[in-house]
Each structure stands twice: as C-alpha cells, then as structure tokens.
Write a protein that binds this ligand. Structure first.
Ligand code: ASP
Length: 440
C-alpha cells in the first residue's frame, strides 16, 4: 500500500474515533454557510458566544498547565547536559521545519503568481474603514520590533501571568526550573506541588473535551458565517497557494523529517492527534489547543518529560504554518502592486517571516498582527499598506484555522522525533491502537 493511502487510512481512523468532533466541524461549516452573519446576526452572535465560551474554558487551564509542565519537564530532565541536548535538538528540528516552510511559501508565491489580476479585488476592498486599525497595528509593530527583546524580559512574572504573556512566563519558568534543579533535595516540595498541578490540569482538560464537539461546531459555524463565500472567488489563486503550501508542509516535509530523523510511524502519529488537530482548526489557537496536544502525545507514548518541555515552548515560539502563510501573503502583496522582488528581497521577507511568526502569540489572529512587521519592510505607500492589510484581514480567520493546524502538528512532530532520539518514546503505546483510548 502506498504511503499516502496508509496516511489517509490512519487519519480516517483517527477521525472515526472522534466522529463527534468531526461531525461538529462539518455541521459548523454547513450551518455557517447557510446562516451568513449579515442576514442572521442573532444566530451569529449566539454561535460566537458559545465558541468564545469554549475557548475561554480551555484557556482557563493553559497558564497553570504551561507553568507546571515546564517545572515538571525540566526537573525530570535534571542534568544540564540532557537539557542542552533537548534545547539543541529543538533548535535544529524547528529550524529545518521553519526554513522549509518559508522556502515552500516563496517558491509557490513566485511560481503561481497569485497576485496577478488581484489588484482590482483589493482596491475595491473596504480599505478605508480599516485605516485606523492598520495605522495602529503598524505603529505597534514598529515599536514591537524595537522592543522585542525588552518585552520578553519577565520584569514582573506575576504581571505576565495575570496578563497571559506567554513568552515572558516561559522564560521565567525555565530559569526558575533550572534553578530548582541546582538546589538539591530542598526542591522536592515545589516540584511535587507542580506535579500535582500538572496532573490536575490534565484531568480538567479531559473534562473540557466533553465540550469539544459543540465548541468546535460553534466556532466553525461563526467563522464560516462571517466569510461571505463570494470573497474567495476573486482571490482563489492566493488561497490555493496557501492551501498547497500548508499541505506540502503537513504531508511531505513532516513525514520526510520523521523518516530521516526517527523511526516514528507517521500514520500512527497523525491518527493519534486528530482531536488536537480538529480543536486547533476550530479555535485557531495553538495555546488553547496545548492541553489537548499534550494529552494526545502522552497517550501515544511520548514521555511526559519530552511533552512537558517541548510542547509548551513549541506552541509559543515556533509557528512554521504562520511563517509560510506570511511569506506567501507578503510576496502576493508585492505582485499586486507590481513591485519587483529581487532574490535578496525574498530572503529578507523569508527571514522576517520566521522572526515575525515566532514573536506571535499562539492565539487566533496573532499572525496577522505580526505580518505588519514584514509588510513594513517593503517600502509600500501608506495607501497600499492599508489596502493590502485590509485584504489580508478579510481573509484571515479561515487561513488562521488552517495554519494553526500546521503549527500544532509541527510541535507534535518535533516532540515525537526528540522522544525517539532520546529513548523517551514507548513504541508499545505508539503501535498499539487498542491502547489508545479516546479522551471523550
Ligand atoms: N493562530 C495561530 C496559532 O495559534 C497563530 C497565527 O495567528 O498565525 O498557532
């Protein structure tokens, strides 16, 4: 049987096990198409209320989960050498994945030329109403770029916790956890405390997953009802380029990585994360999906040590799907405005897309905000910037759902490879479908 047939069968089995979430997703698309938000504002409001409530409920566990996971992960890794090894491997694998993403993005945008003929559509966009949002975003991003390093220093870790600022939280927790491993036995009470917090938040995650089907339904329906399907017609080439790029990343780059660097069976890995993938699609947030990503990976035999270290960092710092989309989007805008892009400019766009995507939070729409950082570098006129940004804004939710699936899958792939390399993967669990009980 060919590789793709095996992959399709494995993913279908995963969907079959989680048929209720899948049903929620399909029903959400159908209901969203049938009840466009302009014609049915009340239905749209109810759906988006239910969806936001679901996201809020999952977000409730994200901060306790991230802080406890990092402490438990680093404490269980223990010695300096292994920690450095994990860190180096993460940089290597995420580096390869991100570079592949921007190369694919640039190659597709340059060969498919999605921007040709799209100018008419962009100019007729409601750019004027976006003026103030765009200006504010651009200014924020300019200061963001300058202050990027200042902002990630956790000056007041409690304030960062209260504000949900993931990068400073992660930095503080890592330093604190490494310090704990240096103070000897006295660290036991704190480590045990966080082990209990971790176990309890995972339990709460199991309970929250009972709400996954209605949550995914409401989120998908409210997003689709907002799209206005006619919007897609004028820019189908751009959407196609994005979809092909993300599919290549999912079905070619990751399987090749898994094959070269590990012996993890890609079909089994993908089949085991279907719930996480569907929730990622519905919520468009890697952070909100994190509790479920950890549950799926641990259930499939990736050790708690690897999951609790790699997944929270990956969900916050590495967004290859976002980098890919940003590269296509920015080259698309240059084509729309007839700007010649030299190879040097493409390299600059690709590099900035990697930086911009990794500074973006794992929440819905974050990649659109940080794209301003890349757009700013193009030398567009203010009017062009506004129209270009307004255009990307209009399409963003749908593309966000897709790129978040890729962002979450890459975290799982990197965690699985590192677990394989470090003997932290239980292949009995990975290969035994019977042992993979459903969460719900
Ligand atoms: N929504 C994406 C994520 O959470 C980030 C983005 O907007 O690109 O992974």
């Amino acid at each position: 049987m060919g590789f793709f047939t095996q992959l399709i069968i494995a993913v279908s089995l995963g969907i079959k096990r989680n048929w209720h979430i899948f049903l929620g997703l399909i029903a959400g698309i159908a209901v969203g198409m049938y009840f466009p938000s302009q014609d049915f504002p009340v239905i749209h409001k109810i759906l988006s209320f239910i969806g936001q409530a679901f996201i809020g409920i999952i977000q409730m566990v994200v901060i306790p989960l991230v802080i406890s996971a990092i402490i438990v992960g680093i404490a269980s890794i223990g010695d300096n050498k292994q920690l450095a090894k994990f860190g180096k491997k993460m940089i290597l694998y995420y580096g390869i994945i991100s570079i592949a993403a921007v190369i694919i993005g640039a190659a597709l945008a340059l060969t498919m030329q999605p921007g040709d003929g799209a100018a008419k559509f962009i100019d007729s966009n409601s750019a004027a109403t976006m003026q103030s949002i765009v200006q504010e975003t651009m200014e924020n991003q300019q200061s963001h770029l300058m202050n990027v390093f200042l902002n990630i220093i956790p000056k007041n870790p409690f304030k960062s916790l209260a504000n949900g600022e993931m990068i400073p939280i992660i930095i503080f927790m890592m330093v604190f956890a490494i310090a704990l491993t240096r103070v000897g036995e006295i660290n036991r009470p704190i480590v045990s405390f966080f082990e209990s917090v971790f176990a309890a938040t995972m339990k709460v995650t199991d309970w929250i997953m009972y709400l996954a089907a209605p949550g995914v339904f409401a989120l998908t329906a409210s997003a689709v009802s907002n799209f206005g399907l006619d919007m897609f017609g004028g820019v189908w080439k751009y959407l196609l380029a994005v979809c092909i790029g993300l599919a290549l990343q999912l079905f070619v780059v990751y399987p090749i990585m898994l094959k070269i660097f590990s012996k993890v069976p890609v079909g089994k890995l993908y089949a085991s994360i279907t719930e996480a993938v569907m929730v990622a699609f519905g919520t468009a947030s890697s952070s909100a999906t994190l509790p479920l990503t950890i549950t799926c990976c641990e259930r499939r035999g990736i050790s708690n040590k690897v999951c609790s270290f790699v997944l929270p960092l990956g969900a916050t710092l590495s967004m290859d799907g976002t980098a890919l989309v940003q590269t296509i989007a920015v080259i698309f805008i240059t084509q729309v405005y007839g700007i010649d892009v030299s190879l040097l400019m493409v390299l600059q766009i690709a590099l900035l897309a990697i930086i911009a995507s990794s500074t973006c939070a794992g929440i819905s729409g974050a990649g659109l905000i940080t794209i301003a950082l890349v757009l700013n570098s193009l030398g567009l006129t203010p009017e062009q910037l506004v129209s270009g940004f307004a255009f990307l804004f209009a399409l963003d939710r749908f593309i966000d759902m897709l790129r978040t699936v890729v962002n979450v899958t890459s975290d799982v792939v990197v965690a699985a490879i590192i677990a394989d390399n470090e003997n932290e993967l239980n292949y009995d669990l990975m290969n035994n479908d019977e042992l993979n009980k459903d969460i719900v």
